[in-house]
Design a binder for this molecule. Structure first.
Ligand SMILES: Nc1ncnc2c1ncn2[C@@H]1O[C@H](COP(=O)(O)OP(=O)(O)O)[C@@H](O)[C@H]1O
Ligand SMILES: C[C@@](O)(CCOP(=O)(O)OP(=O)(O)O)CC(=O)O
Length: 509
């Protein structure tokens, strides 16, 4: 029995570039999260059925009630197509899962084109057992905290077991907006491509080059499957972050997906379209990472935002008031680009003098941003770092103002007054560098960039102070995202026993 194939992929936070990133003329600043999705693909350990027995694939999501889907696979050489029976699962699960179904169907179809019918049938002869799990931060843990008598704070979230059972059906879970479907599809598609030997294992080695062909093929296929499952072609920043990690993202031309978006199995062969050699995949991923000794925090504030509706209204406004809209987008894009370069400048300053940098971050974590430049007599090497942190704060505030202006002009609550009040209350806390509404904005969530809490005594943690503000204001979850997730990067292979709690989840069949 071969070892299981395990691939994890991170969630995302679009900290700047919401809406603009839909236009290839602009970029988005995307942070991949420390919270990750895991897919474990195992070959079923039982004698191979006779050659004509149906091939079965079982997919489970143990964090949810009743989240088991059974599929029957028919690999038809004549039709050169793999049909993952869309009805078989109905007998075994009370709800279909088009994200899982389409990921299976399209990845197996691509595998048949890439490795041939015989090889695919050999890989599937014993059937597959697939386990899917998302880190706790992808789903609201409010009920789990309450059941344990714990408050909605960061330290309380850390007390929950990994991959905590949600106690609810998948359809009823409250997602926190970290991009569960993009991370899910990326980890599932990548794990299948590896398991079926369509791409080499090195493609997803943690130290593999981001542009490795296997990773690029998985990116293109995952973008296609994600758009098909969501029923819309977004900018794709979430799948790109799931594959490549934190980045400055410029979208591909959506026309590349048009031949594949029709209902039913694709008429055209998949491989030529999703191949990395297809120049139509003209997305651009530039390196980006959060500054050292900082932490991105995300608060799950409300039940969610209707992103497609917001996008429709903003794009309608941009079309109807194009001169003013383009002027605002160009100004906002300049701010976004300056913000991303200023954040990267902090990493350079750390590399030049980490001692001075660390001293500055510890100092800033005790002061409100309005006090950062008020103290004379700071050594010049430290003053230079303080000034870049202060510029970062000012830029995040300027981006917020432009996003509010866009919302007011388009008639969309991108940063509504309630979020403005919450953000102002949080950004004024000591140790908070800046913040904003992630992605499309609305009432979903707010993000804050804060000084790394490991530099302060627990009672002085910026994250604790902010977490208390969030809890007081919203009584809702606070999802902490460690700054290190940028280093963790995109999709990568994992060793099953090195991911706490994952083996137990897989074995609890
Ligand atoms: N753990 C999971 N197991 C299986 N499917 C999941 C899981 N988490 C999320 N999904 C799928 O992703 C869908 C959510 O996608 P979507 O509504 O686009 O939310 P998001 O913006 O968080 O990606 C769910 O309806 C479900 O089909
Ligand atoms: C508006 C956007 O540019 C960004 C939306 O970012 P969110 O993070 O809000 O997305 P959802 O998780 O789907 O709600 C649309 C896009 O880029 O596709």
């Amino acid at each position: 029995m071969s070892a299981p194939t395990v691939v994890s992929a991170p969630g995302k936070v679009l900290v700047a570039g919401g809406y603009l990133v839909l236009d290839p003329a602009y970029s988005g600043v995307v942070v991949s999260t420390s919270s990750r999705f895991y897919t474990v693909v195992s070959t079923v350990d039982r004698p191979a059925p006779d050659a004509h027995a149906p091939i079965q694939i079982r997919v489970r999501s143990p964090q949810f009630v009743d989240a088991v889907w059974l599929y029957t696979v028919a690999v038809d050489p004549a039709l050169n197509a793999v049909v993952v029976d869309p009805h078989a699962h109905k007998a075994h699960s009370t709800s279909a899962n088009k994200f899982v179904h389409l990921a299976l169907q399209r990845t197996l179809a691509l595998a048949q084109e890439a490795v041939g019918t015989g090889s695919l049938q050999n890989s599937l002869a014993h059937g597959l057992d697939i386990t899917i799990a998302g880190d706790n931060d992808f789903y609201s843990q409010r009920a789990q905290l309450a059941a344990r008598g714990l408050p909605a704070t960061l330290p309380a979230l850390a007390q929950l077991p990994p991959f905590a059972s949600t106690g609810v059906r998948l359809a009823d879970v409250h997602k926190t907006g970290l991009g569960s479907s993009a991370a899910l599809i990326t980890s599932l598609v990548s794990a299948l491509l590896l398991h079926l030997r369509v791409v080499p294992p090195a493609s997803f080695a943690p130290d593999a080059a981001p542009a490795a062909d296997g990773r690029a093929l998985s990116h293109n296929l995952a973008q296609y499957v994600h758009c098909l499952a969501q029923g819309k072609v977004g900018s794709g920043f979430d799948v790109s972050a799931a594959l490549f990690g934190s980045q400055l993202y410029t979208r591909f031309d959506p026309a590349v997906l048009e031949p594949l978006m029709a209902d039913g199995a694709p008429a055209a062969p998949l491989l030529p379209i999703v191949s990395p050699s297809n120049p139509a995949w003209n997305y651009h991923v530039a390196p980006f990472k959060l500054p050292p000794l900082t932490r991105l925090m995300l608060a799950d504030v409300d039940a969610g935002t209707d992103t497609p509706s917001f996008v429709g209204k903003v794009l309608k406004w941009r079309k109807e008031d194009s001169e003013r809209a383009n002027a605002l987008w160009d100004a906002l894009n300049r701010l976004n680009n300056t913000l991303s370069q200023t954040l990267l400048k902090l990493s350079e300053l750390y590399a030049q003098d980490d001692a001075a940098y660390k001293k500055v971050v510890k100092y800033l974590s005790t002061l409100q941003s309005v006090q950062w430049l008020a103290h004379p007599g700071i050594p010049p090497e430290e003053q230079a770092v303080i000034e870049v942190f202060s510029d970062t704060h000012d830029l995040t505030q300027a981006v917020r103002a432009k996003m509010r202006e866009m919302g007011e002009l388009a008639g969309v609550p991108i940063e509504p007054p309630e979020q403005t009040e919450l953000l102002n209350a949080c950004v004024s806390r000591a140790g908070v560098i800046g913040g904003g509404v992630p992605g499309a904005g609305g009432y979903d969530a707010v993000w804050l960039l804060v000084c790394d809490p490991t530099l302060c005594p627990p009672e002085e943690l910026p994250s604790t102070r902010v977490g208390l503000v969030w809890s007081k204001w919203t009584g809702l979850d606070v999802s902490p995202l460690a700054a290190q997730e940028s280093a963790a990067g995109g999709a990568r292979t994992e060793a099953l026993d090195e991911v706490p709690g994952l083996r137990a989840l897989v074995d609890a069949a």
